[in-house]
Design a protein around this ligand. Structure first.
Ligand SMILES: C[S@@+](CC[C@H](N)C(=O)[O-])C[C@H]1O[C@@H](n2cnc3c(N)ncnc32)[C@H](O)[C@@H]1O
Length: 362
């Protein structure tokens, strides 16, 4: 396992990149060609661009819609083993990073199904994590997330390989109005994770995600004694069924996470420089599980809605190649810190400390 460091020379502040772009009407090889030779400022700002790279991957700032259709990505079609992502949620009100709402959200998400599939290898997977959405102003759940996922699956002609949930033991009570104030609902404490693929048997191996055996299993393996026979559930347990040491237990489709991310390096970096950290960071355990389960070292993992780039970071640590896409310039840039063990980040810090006070760009 290794983590690639961002090369020093790539720690160029965004202002320098902008300056260079202003001084030439030509795009860099890593910038999509604008239609006009002298594009307007607004156009230049939204052009997808690689904002940093490591030995194993790179982060592109731009909207997934544009980036995935751009020349930057063309050569990766048919090469990606896993698209792992947590798209913006279907909120009924707009969040900081500008989600679609209502039916528009379903259409928007479903439109990605085909393009995602075009990037996959023959046995590749798409994994989408999505939290629950609630109807505004009343204690009922919105079915929009489910509808959107079904629309996505149908439009891409994808198989649902398995559904998972990520249970957060330490989740604060929400929706607060119904849980804390009125006390008529219980805590919403899990997100759903949908593993899909164009094929029924994408690459997967649960031996790569074995859990530590429980104490009783360790005892059983050493004593080699247990009650075989029929269980109340009607399952017949053979005399030798559980005596083989498989080096760990097969995990369930429930991933238990906790808020251990509250003080990781990314958060400390943001805190020290008064930058608002990404509001929907995913615990690293989730991408770690799916990357190990569904890919081999050297495979390519893509996150089209990368946020603080937990996916790219974990993929990098696990020796996979990665490509991350994030629309928000500030999120994309600040995520560099995840890769910079010993690189000084003063420039980046100063630049974004200012914006961080009023929150990331909307
Ligand atoms: C739920 S967050 C992802 C969080 C991420 N998994 C993490 O752990 O940091 C969704 C991200 O998608 C980004 N986003 C929204 N629309 C986008 C688009 N069209 N293209 C690319 N990124 C987009 C948002 O800025 C936000 O950072």
């Amino acid at each position: 396992m290794h983590t690639s460091k961002v090369k020093l020379e790539e720690w160029v502040s965004i202002s320098r990149i902008h300056k260079a772009q202003r001084s030439t009407s030509k795009s860099t090889s890593e910038t999509i060609q604008g239609k006009s030779k002298t594009p307007k400022v607004r156009h230049r700002r939204t052009s997808p661009r690689v904002v940093y790279r490591t030995k194993s991957g790179f982060m592109i700032r731009g909207s997934a819609e544009r980036v995935l259709k751009s020349s930057l990505m063309a050569k990766y079609k048919g090469k990606v083993q896993l698209i792992f992502t947590s798209p913006p949620f279907p909120l009924n009100r707009k969040k900081k990073y500008g989600n679609f709402t209502g039916e528009k959200y379903s259409e928007w998400l479903a439109d990605f199904a085909k393009i995602f599939s075009e990037f996959l290898t023959e046995d590749g997977s798409i994994v989408i994590e999505m939290g629950n959405a609630w109807v505004k102003g009343e204690p009922t759940m919105s079915t929009l997330a489910l509808k959107a996922l079904l629309a996505f699956q149908e439009k891409g002609n994808l198989k649902l390989c398995q559904q998972f949930i990520a249970y957060n033991k330490a989740r604060l009570p929400s929706p607060a109005q119904w849980v804390n104030v009125k006390r008529i609902r219980v805590k919403d404490a899990y997100t759903s994770i949908w593993w899909m693929s164009p094929v029924a048997t994408p690459k997967a191996d649960n031996r790569r995600v074995l859990k530590e055996y429980s104490e009783s299993m360790h005892e059983l393996l050493s004593s080699k004694k247990y009650n075989s026979g029929r269980r109340p559930s009607e399952h017949l347990i053979g005399a030798k069924s559980f005596l083989k040491d498989n080096k760990g237990a097969i995990p369930p489709n429930v991933i238990i996470v906790s808020n251990t991310i509250a003080s990781d390096r990314y958060v400390n970096y943001c805190r020290n420089r008064k930058i608002t950290p990404h509001p929907a960071r995913m615990p690293k355990k989730i991408p770690e599980f799916f990357i190990k389960f569904l890919t081999d070292p050297g495979d390519i993992v893509v996150d089209p809605f990368a946020g603080s780039n937990v996916t790219g970071w974990v993929a990098d640590i696990l020796g996979r190649k990665w490509i991350s896409i994030e629309k928000d310039e500030s999120y994309a840039n600040v995520s560099k810190i995840r890769f910079a063990k010993s690189v000084t980040t003063k420039k980046l810090g100063r630049k974004y400390a200012k914006r961080g006070k009023r929150g990331p760009k909307k």
